[in-house]
Design a protein around this ligand. Structure first.
Ligand SMILES: C[C@@]1(CC(=O)O)c2cc3[nH]c(cc4nc(cc5[nH]c(cc(n2)[C@H]1CCC(=O)O)[C@@](C)(CC(=O)O)[C@@H]5CCC(=O)O)C(CC(=O)O)=C4CCC(=O)O)c(CCC(=O)O)c3CC(=O)O
Ligand SMILES: NC(=O)C1=CN([C@@H]2O[C@H](COP(=O)(O)OP(=O)(O)OC[C@H]3O[C@@H](n4cnc5c(N)ncnc54)[C@H](O)[C@@H]3O)[C@@H](O)[C@H]2O)C=CC1
Length: 214
C-alpha cells in the first residue's frame, strides 16, 4: 500500500488553492463540500470559480502566487499550470507546516486526492497510488451506480438506531453482537433493490426484539 488513508476534518480550516483552472476547480469543490474556508490565488478563474468568488463562497486573491501566501494555512493545493511555481509554493507551505498537494507532481505531495462517491455520511473513495487517475474515475463511476442516494438515507437511520442501542445494550460486546446480526447482507440487498423502507423496518424490528428480551 503506497498511501495511508485518513479522513481529515477540515471544517472551518484555512485551505489555499494556488491556480484557478479546471483542476483547481475540482479540488475547490471538494474542499467546500468538506466545509473548508477556501482562498484561491490566481490571476484568472474558471466561470464556476468566478461565481463562487462573486458570492463570497471562496476568497479570491486576483494575482500570481507570492512568497508568504502559504505561510499560515492548514492545507495547500498547488494547481497552476507552471511546474516551477507549484514546486516553490509547495516548498513554502511545507516549510510552514501545512499539508501539501501538488497536482502535477505526485512526488511533492503529502497527500493525494481520491475519486469520491459521497452519499450523505457514506463516503467511498478510490485511489490508484497515482498510477492511473482515470482508472480511479472509471471505478468511481461504477460504484456510483451500485451505491445510490438510498444508502445515505439508510445510513441516517442506522446512525439514529446506533445511538439508541448505546443506551439499550450495556456492553460493547452486546452491541457488536446486535449489529452483526441485525445488519446482514440481506438488509443491504434490500437497499440495493430500492426497498429502503423495508430495510429500515428490518432494523427497527431487531431493535424491538432486543427491547422485548431485556
Ligand atoms: C497523484 C494525483 C494528485 C492529486 O491530484 O491529488 C493526480 C495526479 C495527476 N492526474 C493527472 C491526470 C488526470 N487526473 C484525472 C482525474 C483525477 N485525478 C485525481 C487524483 C489524482 N491525480 C491524484 C492520484 C489519484 C489516484 O491515486 O488515483 C482524481 C481521482 C481526484 C481529484 O482530482 O479530485 C480525479 C478523478 C476524479 C473523478 O472523476 O472522480 C484525469 C481524468 C479526468 O480528468 O477525467 C486525468 C487525465 C488522464 C490521466 O492522465 O490519467 C496527471 C497528469 C497531468 C498531465 O498529463 O499533464 C497527474 C500528475 C501525474 O500523474 O504526474
Ligand atoms: N492532479 C490532477 O487531477 C490533474 C492535474 N493536471 C495538471 O494540473 C495542472 C493545471 O491544469 P489545469 O487546471 O487544466 O490548467 P489551466 O491552464 O486551466 O489553469 C491554470 C491556472 O493557473 C493559474 N496560474 C498560472 N500561473 C500562476 C501563478 N504564478 N500563480 C497563481 N496562479 C497561476 C492560471 O491563471 C490558471 O487559472 C497542469 O499542470 C496539469 O498537468 C491535469 C489534469 C488532472
Amino acid at each position: 500500500m503506497r498511501y495511508y488513508p485518513i479522513n481529515l476534518d477540515i471544517a472551518g480550516r484555512d485551505c489555499v488553492v494556488v491556480g484557478g483552472g479546471a483542476v483547481a476547480e475540482r479540488k475547490v469543490e471538494t474542499l467546500l463540500d468538506a466545509g473548508a474556508a477556501v482562498t484561491v490565488i490566481s490571476p484568472q478563474l474558471t466561470p464556476v470559480l468566478a461565481h463562487l468568488a462573486a458570492n463570497s463562497t471562496i476568497c479570491w486573491q486576483q494575482r500570481v502566487w507570492q512568497v508568504g501566501d502559504l505561510s499560515a494555512c492548514f492545507l495547500a493545493i498547488c494547481a497552476t499550470n507552471d511546474e516551477a511555481v507549484n514546486a516553490a509554493a509547495a516548498a513554502e507551505a511545507r516549510q510552514a507546516g501545512a499539508l501539501v498537494n501538488v497536482v502535477d507532481t505526485p512526488a511533492l505531495c503529502d497527500f493525494t486526492l481520491p475519486a469520491l462517491v459521497s452519499r450523505s455520511d457514506l463516503l467511498i473513495t478510490v485511489s490508484t497510488g497515482g498510477a492511473s487517475p482515470i482508472l480511479a474515475r472509471r471505478i468511481r463511476e461504477q460504484i456510483e451506480q451500485l451505491y445510490g442516494d438510498d444508502f445515505g438515507n439508510y445510513l441516517a437511520e442506522l446512525a439514529a438506531v446506533r445511538e439508541q442501542m448505546k443506551h439499550c445494550l450495556a456492553t460493547p460486546a452486546d452491541r457488536e453482537q446486535f449489529w452483526r446480526t441485525a445488519l446482514d447482507a440481506a438488509a443491504i440487498e434490500l437497499v440495493h433493490q430500492g426497498k429502503v423502507g423495508e430495510a429500515k423496518e428490518k432494523i427497527r424490528s431487531a431493535v424491538s426484539g432486543t427491547w422485548t428480551q431485556s
